[in-house]
Design a protein around this ligand. Structure first.
Ligand SMILES: [Zn+2]
Length: 338
């Protein structure tokens, strides 16, 4: 492997110094990260132990982490840009921030047109979905509720009893009912031919904020498989709402092994308080919020900034055993506090 030969300068192994230089010379913006040195060391230890990185260790690192950050194939993920969230029963215009998702349309459409690969997720509920406040009396509630289920208000939480256990659910007005006008994508949104469509929240008994997994992580959509079939490695997540389904889709995308970022300018949000929580969760997951221009440049390929390598390094132990069974020495997850 040519990259190994070059990085090891003709030796059998790669030293910590050689790996660090390779990372610094390959991925943009390493120097923006004040923990870069320590994090490079973590990666070195994880794949090579304490002394040196063998050819196998380097290959494993390359296959699980480095390659997808050098030659990313990007897809734009447009989350829930549906009538009910824009002008309908769950309109963001009526939420505390008063964001107007229609203002996103010109740039959102520009981005969709420019993207080779686009994913549209749709909230797609049956008539009697568990999240609908109108249906709150149709299911058994759990004894742990502090409020009278009959008096619950929109955006408050109820515990339902499912297989004897409490299941928490935030209550919303009926929205995005399958095949209804409210569930349709906004009429002016560009819909790209050959795009991937993902329908979530289709089980009446489980809600689903993420386009990958339902909220109980009991079942998943086919999104991951569809992305892998097309060789997509990098996701640019936009849409509605930043502090709900965009957030949970981005977090799951990272866990599923896709380098992931969010373009905040191409999202609308619910409230200041939930934005703050969302930003914290994305920061903890090393998920960058990037500008429209930076995201646009990303579509032309080229190595991703260093933060994406670290974002995925923090996930690697979840998948590593299937990629390279014999190699790395340390089995524990990367611990940022070290
Ligand atoms: Zn919903």
């Amino acid at each position: 492997m040519e990259t190994f030969e070059r990085t090891s300068e003709g030796n059998d192994t790669v030293s910590l110094h050689q790996l660090t230089e390779f990372l610094r010379n390959t991925y943009p913006r390493c120097d923006d990260d004040e923990k870069f040195g320590a994090r490079a060391h973590h990666i070195f230890k994880k794949y090579g132990g304490t002394d040196a990185l063998s050819r196998d260790g380097f290959l494993c690192l390359w296959n699980t982490l480095l390659e997808k950050c050098i030659k990313p194939k990007s897809a734009l993920v447009v989350v829930d840009y549906q009538n009910d969230f824009i002008d309908g029963s769950l309109s963001l215009k009526k939420c505390p921030l008063g964001d107007d998702p229609e203002l996103l349309l010109p740039r959102l459409n520009e981005f969709i047109v420019k993207s080779d690969e686009v994913v549209y997720s749709l909230d797609w509920h049956p008539e009697d979905h568990i999240s609908f406040i109108e249906c709150r009396n149709r299911r058994k509630t759990h004894e742990s509720n502090r409020i009278d289920p009959g008096a619950v208000k929109v955006a408050e939480e109820l515990f339902f009893e499912i297989q004897g256990r409490p299941y928490i659910q935030k209550m919303w007005p009926r929205h995005c009912v399958q095949h209804s006008e409210g569930a349709r994508l906004h009429k002016d949104l560009v819909v790209k031919e050959g795009a991937i469509f993902v329908y979530k929240g289709t089980d009446p008994e489980v809600d689903s904020y993420s386009a990958f997994w339902d909220n109980r992580r009991s079942s998943k959509t086919n999104l991951k498989e569809s992305l892998l079939e097309r060789g997509i490695t990098n996701l640019i997540v936009v849409g509605l709402a930043f502090d709900a389904c965009v957030l949970f889709t981005a977090l799951d995308a990272i866990r599923e092994g896709f380098t992931t970022c969010v373009v905040r300018e191409l999202t609308s949000a619910i409230s200041e308080a939930t934005i703050e929580e969302a930003v914290q969760k994305l920061t903890d997951a090393h998920c960058p919020r990037i500008s429209f221009d930076a995201a646009y440049r990303m579509l032309s390929g080229g190595p991703l900034p260093w933060i994406f390598v670290w974002q995925q390094a923090c996930q690697v132990s979840l998948v590593r055993d299937t990629c390279c069974p014999s190699s790395p020495a340390s089995d524990r997850e990367i611990d940022e506090s070290d």
